[in-house]
Design a protein around this ligand. Structure first.
Ligand SMILES: Cc1ncc(COP(=O)(O)O)c(C=O)c1O
Length: 388
């Protein structure tokens, strides 16, 4: 007997970037594929985790997370967004932003409920909607419109089964920050159709040129219907720690906690202590890292625009560029394979992020300037070889 997996699990594809990651992890390849900071977690945060272990913080915490961390998160959220939340009822600490996203869907959606998700967008959105028997409604983000959502177009997609709207700003893979007037349009849409909004703000501290990331929950009337998702992964270079959180109405947090209790129980206690410390410690590391990313963003946009057949707009946040590669005449998968073999550079095919990502590739510039320079030159040479 060959064991078989469920129809639900078979209803979405495995991560399309696995093959690219495997090829890109060869030592002679410069990988711009993986979406994580090249920085290690700062030493003072690691030291705080070691101290927590030495204090014996090796037990379960409250399912919602330690009171100390939830209080620190409520303070941070109020400072950043002006929205005050009750740390005892409106925050849950999770295993990365990834679990927080899943809990949101599991708590809100019934089978057949529709969710507006960005296309292109972070891969987990589509798969997670399938995992709870929901139906994804991918809304297009087009380079011609700066990769911003179009609320009017989205309104035409809404049906009586549409229950949720998911937004991500700054966005993966586009790097774009949704402007205030578009956020207002999305708030109107949510209100008119009584949608719960998941606002994925995991890149909210990585924005450039003095722009500011606005929390969706801070828009008039939006706090009650918004689930804000955030994480320690990107801001503190803590991807391997797996710590994230959600902020939402107590009814929704209760529902999310019911699921969290049976799939994770709680986030690692000693890491929660260190994360609370990360929030109150000096933030100089974050400022330096973001200013370095901004310099790399400038550099990589120029380099990509010099690759024959590529066109790249300057991203406003996160650490991704998403050039249009239609000028090369190649499909995104073929192009990525060619770049790997010919230029020894790893990038991610755009259509991994949804069908509207076709004609683009994602380049992560969370890597050293030397490597970015070398990768840009190698890509330009490889494309020139094709007579472009
Ligand atoms: C848009 C977006 N949301 C959420 C996550 C999840 O991050 P984590 O689970 O590490 O907190 C990622 C990770 O790449 C992401 O790009």
């Amino acid at each position: 007997m060959e064991p078989q997996t469920s129809k639900r699990v078979n209803s979405f594809p495995p991560s399309g970037i696995r093959r690219i990651f495997e090829l890109a992890s060869r030592p002679d390849v410069i990988s711009l594929a993986i979406g994580e900071p090249d920085y290690d977690t700062p030493g003072h945060i690691c030291a705080a985790a070691k101290e927590a272990l030495d204090r014996g913080e090796t037990h379960y915490s409250s399912n919602l997370g330690t009171a100390q961390l939830r209080e620190a998160l409520a303070r941070r959220f109020a400072e950043e967004s002006g929205v005050s939340v009750d740390p005892n009822r409106e925050i849950i600490v999770t295993i990365g932003g990834t679990e927080a996203l899943y809990l949101s869907m599991a708590a809100v959606l019934d089978a057949g409920d529709e969710v507006l998700i960005p296309d292109p967008g972070f891969m987990a959105y589509n798969s997670q909607v399938h995992l709870v028997d929901g139906v994804p409604l991918p809304y297009p983000l087009r380079i011609e419109k700066g990769f911003y959502p179009d609320p009017d177009e989205m309104e035409r997609m809404v049906t009586p089964r549409t229950k949720m709207l998911l937004i991500n700003s700054p966005g993966n893979p586009t790097g774009q920050l949704i402007p205030r007037d578009v956020l207002d349009g999305l708030a109107g849409l949510a209100e008119r159709h009584n949608l719960i909004v998941i606002s994925d703000e995991v890149y909210n501290s990585i924005v450039y040129d003095g722009l500011e990331s606005v929390s969706f929950a801070s828009l008039p009337g939006m706090k009650e219907r918004t689930i804000t998702i955030n994480s320690f992964s990107k801001i503190y270079a803590m991807t391997g720690w797996r710590l994230g959180y959600a902020i939402a109405h107590p009814n929704l947090i209760d529902g999310m906690n019911k699921v969290h209790q049976v799939v994770a129980a709680c986030a690692p206690t000693m890491l929660q202590s260190a994360s609370a410390y990360a929030l109150r410690a000096d933030q100089g590391f974050v400022r330096e890292m973001v200013s370095e990313y901004q310099a790399r963003r400038d550099m990589v946009t120029d380099l990509l625009n010099r690759v024959p057949g590529f066109r790249c707009i300057k991203p406003e946040g996160a650490f991704y560029a998403f050039p249009d590669i239609r000028g090369t005449g190649m499909k995104d998968f073929d192009l990525c394979e060619y770049l790997l073999l010919e230029a020894k550079v790893g990038a991610v095919p755009g259509n991994v992020f949804g069908s509207r990502g076709e004609g683009h590739v994602r380049v992560c510039y969370a890597t050293s300037r030397d490597k970015l320079q070398e990768a840009g030159e190698r890509m330009a040479k490889a494309m020139a070889k094709r007579g472009l």
